[in-house]
Design a protein around this ligand. Structure first.
Ligand code: TXA
Ligand code: MG
Length: 339
């Protein structure tokens, strides 16, 4: 299959390009599109055959459910069997935006979308292209991140093409996704609400909106007992194809130790390192010591290091404060040993 790549304006998406993408979606095809978090891989959420194509393209296990993207709250409510007070509050405060709400599913949603479970994750995206595509197509769109299963999420159309060219009908290219990390996922079926995945909306913001404390696991952890509440919480995830070492220091001692063993190393630093302090054979990238800008550039940096032909990645962990929580979560999953 030839994957069409169409350039589209990030702020005022051209109606004729949206119409072409919508036609593919209505025909049961798969279209990758930008959101404010990462690129998504979209298909008609109520068409089981279209949704099956997403799983096929990603190589995603069938038990891992998808987030359904909708244009507004009233459409979200149509796809939910119940709309708890917490859902109403959070939707009013954070939609459109990077927050996915897990609620009881309506019977119109195919099992394929929910991994056979009784809940569904819903979100109204803020990116103009994503939002206008929902409007133009008139469809709810199931859309996981546009990467092969367990690999690094895509924040540009190039990243999507690298992993999925030939497997999907179309990619809408609107430049880099600014947010850079996936949405926060929160289960609002019970009280207190339960965080399933940290993301761009922080714990403080959620608690403020809800007026209660929410259950919040440590970054990179999975619950010790019981079934996985969210299959995407499996430990190794968002991972480059080479082993990753996260270090509490700036990473330089580890970089030297690995290059001394003859390995080709990629080093991701926080803040610009002193010039020349790393071995010449090392590929060095750095990200700003600011969580918003760091998040925005993280996946692109991981993709770039991976493409540099290295044997090992060394990542200096940023500060361990709440503002860095979602970033820590992703870095721990990226560096977890293969299960
Ligand atoms: O920012 C995002 O959320 C991006 C963009 C494209 O919207 N999407 C995304 O989707 O990251 P995905 O499929 O890569 O991650 C969805 C996460 C997974 O961890 C999945 O297990 C969890 O949400 N999830 C989806 N539906 C769920 C449900 N009904 N119950 C519990 N967890 C669910
Ligand atoms: Mg994903």
């Amino acid at each position: 299959m030839l994957t069409q790549r169409l350039t589209i304006d990030c702020d005022s998406p051209q109606p004729e390009i949206l119409a072409r993408a919508a036609a593919v979606l209505r025909g049961g095809g798969v279209v990758a599109f930008p959101t404010e978090t990462v690129y998504g891989l979209g298909a008609h959420a109520l068409d089981a055959r279209a949704v099956a194509r997403i799983f096929e393209a990603k190589g995603r296990p069938a038990h891992n459910p998808l987030i359904v993207h909708v244009a507004d709250v009233s459409e979200a409510r149509r796809l939910a069997a119940r709309w708890p007070d917490a859902a109403a509050r959070l939707a009013a405060r954070f939609w459109p935006g990077p927050l996915s709400l897990v609620v009881e599913r309506a019977s119109s949603i195919p099992d394929m979308v929910t991994g056979g479970g009784s809940s569904v994750a819903l979100r109204v995206p803020a990116h103009p292209v994503a939002w206008q595509l929902l409007r133009t197509s008139g469809l709810p769109l199931a859309a996981p991140s546009a990467n092969r299963s367990t690999q690094i999420s895509a924040t540009t159309a190039d990243h999507v093409m690298r992993q999925l060219a030939g497997r999907i009908e179309m990619v809408l290219d609107a430049g880099p996704s600014a947010g850079g990390l996936e949405s926060t996922v929160i289960d609002v079926r019970s009280s207190p609400a339960r965080l399933l995945r940290p993301g761009l909306v922080s714990r403080d913001e959620l608690q403020q909106a809800l007026g209660e404390t929410i259950d919040w696991p440590a970054p990179g952890t999975t619950p010790a007992a019981g079934p996985l509440p969210s299959p995407g919480m499996q430990l190794r995830h968002y991972a480059p194809r080479v082993p990753v070492d996260c270090t509490a220091d700036d990473g330089l001692p580890r970089v030297h130790a690995l290059t001394d063993r003859g390995l080709r190393v990629g080093w991701l630093a926080v803040g610009q390192p002193r010039p020349g302090c790393w071995p010449a054979s090392t590929t060095m990238l750095w990200l700003p010591a600011d969580p918003v800008r760091y998040a925005s550039g993280l996946y692109a940096a991981l993709h770039e290091l991976e493409a540099a032909g290295i044997d090992r990645m060394v990542i200096a962990l940023p500060p361990d404060t709440p503002a860095w929580h979602a970033i820590h979560d992703r870095l721990r999953r990226a560096s977890a040993p293969v299960e």
